[in-house]
Design a protein around this ligand. Structure first.
Ligand code: NAP
Length: 280
């Protein structure tokens, strides 16, 4: 029951109608018997500053931010966490005694997802894509101590820019290139992460970035797309005998990290994952 004592957290974005975060977090709060409720708010691009200020005035305890607000929110915050500062984007805010702190749990979510099957430290990672998700994942992988990162993108200039952005801030072993070098790079890789929307419903029969013959059985393959759960890329990876990680895991763990930031409690990931699976 919502009462005057209920803690409110939520999501600001545009659109928010199809977000799976409200059911995922509300199931977690209910499971742990926490007096919290998670509410989605559709906030237009030019209203974000007012909305964040208003959230503070309303006593809202925390927010997730999604498209189109992850970068533009930075200027409305009092404190920015180190990883979020490096990435240049936030997806989680905490309101505490008049101070608004911004975090980025996207990259951490991706690393936690991989670490269910393989420790990322000292691994050679090939990442396809150089957009917003790739940026968060790349910075967090470097912060987590990977051996090397190869950023491959349809538009190689964007991969080069991301590489240079990271190297200008953290000492790291990163190279970049176009899709033509993917096959060669995969032969020596431990982990492949596809951060492109290829294969996302309703385009689930797209041609994947790599087919089975380009992959090997010691590879861990992670697709950030989670609808469908088993993308065309993951099907090819399975044919090659590789271990696969669904994009659902990143969604799950970025949410689990936000949950911990707001409540100071460990998130019930099993319940959250079950809720996501039911929604899909
Ligand atoms: P974005 O900023 O628009 O970046 C998209 C990237 O994919 C760009 O590098 C783009 O290359 C590349 N790309 C797009 N279509 C392509 C194609 N047909 N062939 C080759 N490359 C293509 O998008 P984003 O925000 O990073 O999101 C990317 C994907 O990650 C989306 O599917 C999103 O749903 C997913 N995602 C999942 C989670 C999760 O929790 N699992 C979280 C965030 C995002 P160019 O530079 O050449 O355009």
């Amino acid at each position: 029951m919502i009462t005057g004592k209920t803690n409110i957290v939520g999501l600001m974005g545009d659109p928010v109608e199809h977000s799976m975060s409200p059911p995922m977090h509300n199931a977690a709060f209910e499971h742990l018997g926490l007096d919290y409720v998670y509410v989605p708010f559709n906030v237009k691009k030019n209203a974000l500053g007012e909305a964040i200020k208003g959230a503070g005035a309303l006593g809202i305890k925390g927010l997730n931010l999604t498209i189109p607000h992850k970068t533009s929110a930075l200027k409305f915050l009092d404190v920015i966490d180190e990883a979020a500062e490096l990435i240049g984007a936030v997806n989680t805010l905490k309101f505490d005694r008049g101070t608004i702190t911004g975090y980025n749990t996207d990259g951490l979510g991706a690393v936690k997802a991989l670490e269910e099957v393989i420790p990322v430290k000292n691994k050679n990672v090939v990442m396809v894509g150089a957009g917003g998700a790739a940026r968060a994942v790349a910075f967090q992988l470097i912060l987590s101590g990977i051996e090397s990162l190869t950023i491959i993108n349809r538009t190689p200039e964007k991969a080069l820019k991301l590489k240079n952005d990271i190297k200008s801030q953290i000492e790291s072993n990163i190279s970049s290139g176009s899709l033509e070098i993917l096959e060669k790079e995969l032969s020596g890789a431990d982990i492949l992460i596809d951060t492109t929307p290829i294969g996302m419903y309703p385009h689930d029969t797209d041609i994947p970035v790599a087919n089975a013959s380009m992959m090997h059985s010691d590879l861990v393959v992670n697709d950030l797309v989670y609808n469908p759960l088993e993308t065309v890329l993951l099907k090819e990876a399975e044919k090659a005998g590789a271990i696969t990680v669904s994009g659902l895991k990143m969604l799950l763990y970025q949410g689990a990290e936000a949950f911990k930031i707001w409540t100071n409690k460990k998130a019930p990931v099993d319940i959250m994952e079950k809720t996501l699976m039911e929604l899909l």
